[in-house]
Design a protein around this ligand. Structure first.
Ligand code: ARG
Length: 464
């Protein structure tokens, strides 16, 4: 019987004419879902073992099936497996091949199972593994940031609000801000993983199965936390994929913010950092150019993941219980989300340790824009002025500085005393960027001593 014959399809029994060729191609998913082959086989092995345990298969039948699946996996990994569109998806390709290889006993594997609970299980197994890999990449990037923060705890960077110079901060402190964003991303993935890590097998098509399956045993074999509690829900909902993509969208949002800062900092106008040549490219027409392509691409790729989140939400919206073919559309957005995250995190983790700082440029920028004006106001408060009056005094001093083209620290005591006679020589200790930074010696603040405390605490917490 040829594969074209409707009877050759695993569901062909009730059909009297072959599937329209276009419809066959249109409904097939094997071109993309073959990516799940390893998890599909892993799920099938566990299902077969469980069937033997409860007596639905004999030990010999189970062994034949497990060996056959192992051989198929080896074929796929050697590139010797012909994926057929006629067989629609990864599940039926593998199952049909199993029967070709081991004979009729292969047909028993699908006992008490449907592709509906099978695919939901496969995607969960696959995503669980991907989450682990992504979390490891986040940690690798975080480690790079911690090392950089440690090395540059004393380095002065102008801190910005509204992209206007605000107050001097430690470059290490800025790296720790990025670190914290990623820490929450890591936590969100860990939380999402708990809801990914439950097992639909045993839900069958939608209602459960009449075979005495031991779902807890299968779950244990596959390392799932527990079997799902409702068969209708288990085969139909893809909220776990949506939740993952939402967490992924936040990762990309964070990376896009880091990317944006690196792009600005690498520009001639800022000149705060040099990105390694191997992470940049040139222009085919302008010989002087060195473009920050990697951060720009990461910034741009955030859009894809936001789009996938919207696709998946819309895919799920208003779907009646239980499984609908709509759900086959969950895979491409999910796969691309994982690929985009993996690539972007990898690029950043590889690049971050090699960013070169132009400390003198950052220092000079921190001395512009009256970044220590708040320190002068705080100084006046310590001398007894109410904060609002101090604010007014410093405002006048800044106006004078703007007219003269000089920073507060570049004025003489006499000049400063025009605005308040409480000002003495000791004012210069607070008017330097170093003094300003060191003064913010509060938990979570930018004083290098605090930055070092946070680094030590993070290392302890993460074991890195
Ligand atoms: N390829 C399908 C999917 O990804 C597998 C489940 C098909 N189930 C069905 N009843 N047609 O969703």
């Amino acid at each position: 019987m040829s594969r074209e014959d409707p009877k050759s399809k695993l569901w062909g029994g009730r059909f009297s004419e072959p599937t329209d060729a276009f419809v066959q191609a249109f409904t097939a998913s094997v071109d993309f879902d073959r990516r799940l082959y390893r998890h599909d086989i892993e799920g099938s092995r566990a299902h077969a073992r469980m069937l033997a345990r409860v007596g639905v298969l004999t030990e010999a039948e189970c062994q034949k099936i497990v060996d056959g699946l192992d051989d198929i996996q080896a074929d796929i990994e050697r590139g010797e497996f012909a994926w057929l569109t006629e067989l629609e998806d990864v599940h039926m390709n593998i199952e049909a091949r199993l029967t070709d290889r081991i004979g009729a006993v292969g047909k028993k594997l699908h006992t008490g199972r449907s592709r509906n609970d099978q695919v939901a299980t496969d995607v969960r197994l696959w995503l669980r593994e991907q989450i682990d890999l992504l979390q490891a990449e986040i940690r690798r990037l975080q480690t790079g940031l911690l090392d950089l923060a440690e090395r540059e705890a004393d380095t002065i960077l102008p801190g910005f609000t509204h992209l206007q110079v605000a107050q001097p901060v430690s470059f290490g402190h800025h790296m720790l801000a990025w670190f914290e964003m990623l820490d929450r991303d890591h936590e969100r993935l860990a939380d999402c993983r708990k809801r990914v890590n439950v097992m639909p097998l045993g839900s069958a098509a939608l209602a459960g199965t009449s075979y005495p399956l031991d779902r807890h045993y299968t779950a244990e074999l596959l390392g799932f936390l527990r079997p799902t509690r409702n068969s209708l829900d288990a085969v139909s909902d893809r909220d776990f994929a949506i939740e993952f993509t939402a967490a992924g969208a936040l990762v990309m949002m964070h990376l896009s913010r880091m990317a944006e800062e690196l792009i600005l900092w690498a520009s001639a106008q800022f000149g705060f950092v040099d990105l390694p040549d191997r992470f940049c490219t040139g222009s085919s027409i302008m010989p002087q150019k060195k473009n920050p392509d990697v951060p720009e691409l990461v910034r741009g790729k955030s859009g894809r993941v936001y789009g996938h989140l919207m696709s998946l939400l819309t895919l799920m919206k208003s779907q009646p219980l239980a499984y609908n073919k709509d759900n086959q559309e969950d895979k491409e957005p999910l796969f691309d989300t994982v690929d985009t995250l993996a690539g972007s995190l990898r690029a950043f983790a590889d690049m971050v340790p090699h960013i070169e700082l132009r400390r003198e440029r950052m220092y000079a920028a921190a001395q512009q824009g009256f970044s220590t004006a708040t320190d002068l106001a705080d100084y006046l408060v310590r001398k007894g002025l109410p904060f609002r009056d101090a604010h007014e005094v410093v405002g006048k001093a800044v106006r004078f500085g703007v007219e003269q083209g000089r920073d507060l620290s570049q004025m003489s005591v006499e000049e400063l005393r025009q605005f308040s006679d409480t000002i003495d020589e000791d004012v210069f200790q607070v008017l330097t960027p170093e003094g300003s930074m060191a003064a913010r010696d509060i938990e979570g603040g930018t004083a290098p001593a605090q930055v070092r405390r946070q680094i030590a605490a993070a290392r302890e917490r993460l074991g890195i």
